[in-house]
Design a protein around this ligand. Structure first.
Ligand SMILES: [Zn+2]
Length: 204
């Protein structure tokens, strides 16, 4: 086992040495702004995220998305499981928010799916990637909040949805993506819908 000696783990935020097995060094970990344990309701869906989307949390999300650091998914999943209200994750399948086919091809993987697998390893829940993006729904960049939610309405479909689902994404912002995912799941017969993300904008 020479690998740990040759490659000491580095913090994904500041690139200084991090404790073995951790994605952030102690300073950056202290710099995370923890959110209250109560879920917020976004687009009618109770949603829990352990930290605010800023500082080191933003760096972790970027690392997962753009540098394919799948180990980061483990750190995010651990934070979600440790912070989620009791029972919030129990008895439901994990449903990752899908990327468009084109974006997934370019990136090589879907970060929400990677996070779902990391959560499943900790909770024993099943991962059910039953959501698909419909073709022809364009990028969200540059749209304002209401345009974004209009553009995303009807943008997903679900096949063989579980009765109870926890929608999983790396970040939630306006809730427009959650609304589209929840709408597709409801149409496919899903009745118990909640959501988790690693980070959330909007502070409270
Ligand atoms: Zn650091």
């Amino acid at each position: 086992m020479l690998t740990p000696l040759l490659a000491p783990p580095l913090c994904w935020s500041c690139a200084r040495t991090a404790p073995p097995g951790l994605a952030l060094c102690h300073d950056c970990s202290r710099g995370l702004r923890r959110l209250p344990p109560e879920p917020v309701t976004l687009a009618g869906v109770p949603c829990f995220a352990p930290v605010a989307y800023e500082g080191p949390a933003r760096d972790l999300v970027r690392a997962l998305k753009f540098r394919a650091a799948l180990a980061v998914a483990g750190a995010m999943a651990a934070a979600i499981v440790a912070g989620a209200p009791p029972g919030f994750l129990a008895g439901a399948a994990l449903v990752p928010v899908p990327l468009s086919r084109r974006r997934e091809r370019r990136r090589g993987f879907n970060q929400a799916h990677a996070l779902s697998l990391a959560l499943a390893r900790r909770t024993g829940a099943e991962v059910v990637p039953c959501l698909r993006r419909r073709a022809g729904h364009g990028t969200q960049v540059g749209r304002d909040r209401s345009e974004r939610s209009r553009a995303l309405r009807g943008s997903m479909t679900a096949s063989e949805a579980p009765a109870d689902a926890v929608i999983v994404d790396d970040v939630v912002t306006t809730g427009a993506t959650l609304a589209a995912a929840a709408e597709a799941l409801r149409c496919a017969g899903c009745t118990g819908i909640r959501a988790v993300a690693y980070a959330r904008t909007g502070g409270r």
